[in-house]
Design a protein around this ligand. Structure first.
Ligand SMILES: [Zn+2]
Length: 267
């Protein structure tokens, strides 16, 4: 195995091979090959070089780029990666501030990528036009900067109410859904999670596992919806334990979520 290949971690789901590509300081881009169609998609393009290196090592040819949101660390690689024949797909809502799109998608709709159904889910909050891509067949979600391992995106544009709405939609996905997220923020997210959900035994277990993984040079992506519901302090806004620990017993989850987000921002 070449050096380049040894840095690529692959997950298989149905007919998909999904490779996480570390980019910039702490971003993940994802290359997804559908063995049935031969299509190769990139989910977000933080930079071109790391993605080109991974494509070369894998012997894959890029056919599609899906964008979750307009931030530079998710789109700056698009111009250089956009070879003839590569389709660039993003939300119609945000087309004015995304790189030129070959195809727009509308939140709430399903599109087909080869035989794979992709549901475009509206997750405003981090940015107002943020979308995530869910593939119900293989059970895979690309969550961009909406949902992280034990964390969620900062509210740069939307409200806590909007973000909670999007996260609630993700909590309705099957527990076993694999979640591929946009940043390796897991160590700091874990530290914070313990401050608001310290009585959660599963959280402690997970934090120990994450520390082991990271100390051994591993990555914490992907996670699952079930694991996040059990240990992510933002999704745990529905838990009376978390509400009580931040002095908001009996408050609505949306209110609890907003306070957890506020505390994380101040941490
Ligand atoms: Zn972002």
């Amino acid at each position: 195995m070449s050096n380049a290949l040894s840095t690529l971690e692959t997950t298989e789901a149905g007919t998909l091979k999904i490779v996480s590509v570390p980019c910039l300081n702490d971003n993940f881009a994802y290359l997804v090959r559908d063995e049935a169609s031969g299509n190769v998609a990139l989910i977000d393009a933080p930079e071109a070089g790391a993605v080109e290196g991974a494509l070369h090592a894998l012997g894959w040819t890029l056919t599609h780029i899906f964008i979750t949101h307009h931030h530079g660390d998710h789109v700056d690689g698009v111009p250089a990666l956009r070879a003839p024949g590569v389709e660039v797909i993003g939300s119609a809502q945000d087309m004015g501030r995304l790189p030129p799109l070959s195809q727009t998608v509308t939140p709430g709709e399903s599109v087909h990528w080869g035989e794979i159904e992709i549901r475009v889910i509206d997750t405003p909050g981090h940015t107002v036009g943020h979308v995530v891509y869910y593939m119900p067949g293989p059970g895979v979600l690309f969550s961009g900067d909406t949902l992280f391992a034990m964390g969620c995106g900062r509210l740069f544009e939307g409200t806590a109410q909007q973000m909670w709405g999007g996260l609630s939609a993700l909590m309705d996905l099957p527990d076993e859904t694999l979640v591929f997220f946009g940043h390796e923020y897991t160590a700091t997210n874990a530290d914070f999670a313990l401050t608001v959900d310290g009585d959660n035994a599963l959280l402690h277990e997970r934090v120990n596992a994450v520390i082991d993984t990271l100390e051994n040079g591993g990555r914490t992506t992907p996670t699952t919806i079930g694991l996040e519901k059990a240990t992510n302090p933002f999704l745990r806004a529905v838990s009376p334990d978390v509400a009580r620990s931040i002095g908001l017993a009996d408050a609505d989850p949306e209110i609890v979520f907003a306070e957890v987000r506020r505390r994380k921002d101040a941490a």
